[in-house]
Design a protein around this ligand. Sequence first.
Ligand SMILES: C[S@@+](CC[C@H](N)C(=O)[O-])C[C@H]1O[C@@H](n2cnc3c(N)ncnc32)[C@H](O)[C@@H]1O
Length: 330
Amino acid sequence: MLSAILTHSAGHGHRSSRHHVPVLLREAIAALNVQPGGRYIDCTLGSGGHALAILEASSPGGQLLGIDANPAAIVEAQSRLAAHRKDIRLVNDNFVHLRDICYKYEFYPVSGILFDLGLSSRQLEAEDAGFSFQREAPLDMRFGLNQQLTAYDIVNAYTESQLTDIIREYGEDPHARQIARQIVAQRPLHTTFDLVKAVLRATGRPSTRIHPATRTFQAIRIAVNSELVNLSSALVQAIDLLGFGGRLAVISYHSLEDRIVKDLFRQESTGCICPPSVLRCMCGHAPRLRLISKKAIRPSPIEVRANPRSRSAKLRAAERILKLSNGPQG
Ligand SMILES: C[S@@+](CC[C@H](N)C(=O)[O-])C[C@H]1O[C@@H](n2cnc3c(N)ncnc32)[C@H](O)[C@@H]1O
């Protein structure tokens, strides 16, 4: 079945595909070391492409817990994974509640956990979600509708200095201050196109391949959904839920996400984490992870050509190991 999903992915561009095209599919399944009878969690179910491949590779006897904040993703995955209905449990929630979800369903320890971050192409193309600067829609950008804060609130109520910080920090945009000034000057902003106009007033017309609104949209989406804080918290919970030998695999799409994954993996795979100035270890920190590959795994040129949305993807994976020591190291 994995080869069937891959063929389908390579043969159709994301626009004509019925489902979101899973990124780094073969690589993610290998990194998770999916085994028959294993117990797996897909924290970002989306259209269920990775989940389906995990279920196929873990058959017979594999089980999968799938989580997504977006109710439409749960509905789509439910029908796509119907053949495996006995082996799945799908939960419409934010992965920041990972530990509670697993305790509730007594789904631990697990053999592997996958995060495939960001948005599905379904969400980007959704009429009313406001994620895309290419589509006129209300300023919403929430992953789950039970959240209160929307992009409208941030854009219309935050101070110029708060907006500057968000666009600089989460969008890494060198024009953050000018964009924030224009957003405040153009209020009230109702739609995605109002926001694009404010950005273009600050930056001028697009001169590069990357549209000037890309970074602002990313920044506001990250702020609306507390994406980085939630990711940091969920990754720590995920490590605790892995059985020994269990794998954690994370596919990220921008440097802010990747830095969080990389730093946590580095910290959890090293022994002493005392500052360099300390001559004798005081922390007693012991590694809980072994890195599967030192460098992030990137999509092949063939995958990027078939699915341009994969171009910024980076996969990092690590294995839970037995803690070797828990006393200060001498
Ligand atoms: C890139 S898509 C996943 C695609 C999926 N791997 C597939 O093969 O179809 C990311 C998904 O993660 C979900 N998501 C993002 N952040 C989330 C969070 N904090 N909690 C739960 N779901 C989240 C989004 O709603 C989206 O459906």
